[in-house]
Write a protein that binds this ligand. Structure first.
Ligand SMILES: Nc1ncnc2c1ncn2[C@@H]1O[C@H](COP(=O)(O)OP(=O)(O)OP(=O)(O)O)[C@@H](O)[C@H]1O
Ligand SMILES: [Mg+2]
Length: 228
């Protein structure tokens, strides 16, 4: 199958009190279409740093990222934010919803940023909210939603522009076990049914059976099969 996302020899160093600290050390990864990859590893091992680089939020110290065959390195800020907006959906540990926007407005905002026409955007919002079991919450503000509902809105938001890649950083951390499973099931289903590629950082062993591959971040590299 075709590789959707390639991380080629990624090294990343942070300056730490005058010292250089290497967090990622010649890391390589290839993710195919329709594949959901879990990334595990101890706190501070560099998982979020890795995800930020894979999602074009952070430029690596060296190495390359290819998304659908296109190199991300050296692109201007504007081009990078367009790539993020159109090709990558982010789901974080907490939903990070905008407090003064209703559920449907959170999604409309993303559509506007992506220049989607309003009729199409409304159709998509309706479809996504239905798919995520949020029909009845359409006009609710975030503070009136449960934790699971908020996280489902953040998934809807990540899917709004139909991105090729989904990046999730501990998406189940703020949820109880069964809601957490539901969220990952949704991410896995998007990958399987719509051919999206997903990378999910997680500490949650229960969701691993839903993933195609489990990688462990250790000494700055991704290691296969440790938990299989
Ligand atoms: N902007 C930064 N400047 C300096 N050091 C940083 C920066 N961001 C992260 N680090 C350091 O890089 C290392 C990896 O951080 P990262 O957040 O990627 O770890 P993580 O695996 O996601 O941890 P956790 O499981 O706790 O979320 C840590 O030692 C962290 O302190
Ligand atoms: Mg992290």
């Amino acid at each position: 199958m075709r590789h959707r996302l390639i991380l080629d020899n990624i090294t990343h160093t942070f300056e730490d009190g005058g010292m250089q600290r290497t967090v990622l050390d010649h890391l390589n990864l290839q993710v195919s279409e329709g594949e959901l990859v879990a990334v595990m590893g101890p706190s501070g091992s560099g998982k979020s740093t890795f995800l930020s680089i894979a999602g074009a939020l952070l430029e690596p110290t060296s190495g390359g990222v290819l998304l659908d065959g296109e190199a991300i390195a050296g692109k201007q800020k504007q081009a990078l934010s367009e790539i993020r907006l159109n090709k990558i959906g982010f789901i974080f540990q907490s939903a990070n919803l905008i407090p003064y926007l209703k559920v449907e407005e959170q999604l409309m905002l993303v559509a506007k940023l992506g220049n989607m026409n309003k009729v199409k955007a409304n159709e998509r919002i309706k479809k996504l909210l239905h798919k995520l079991g949020l029909d009845h919450r359409r006009s609710a503000y975030p503070h009136r939603l449960s934790g699971g509902e908020r996280q489902r809105v953040s998934i809807a938001r990540a899917l709004m522009n139909d991105p090729a890649v989904l990046m999730a950083d501990e998406p189940t951390a703020s949820l109880d076990a069964s809601r957490g499973m539901d969220i990952v099931r949704m991410i896995a289903r998007e990958a399987k049914e719509r051919g999206k590629s997903g990378i999910m950082v997680t500490h949650d062993e229960r969701v691993l059976p839903l993933c195609d591959r489990i990688l462990y971040l250790e000494n700055g590299r991704l290691i296969d099969n440790k938990h299989k």
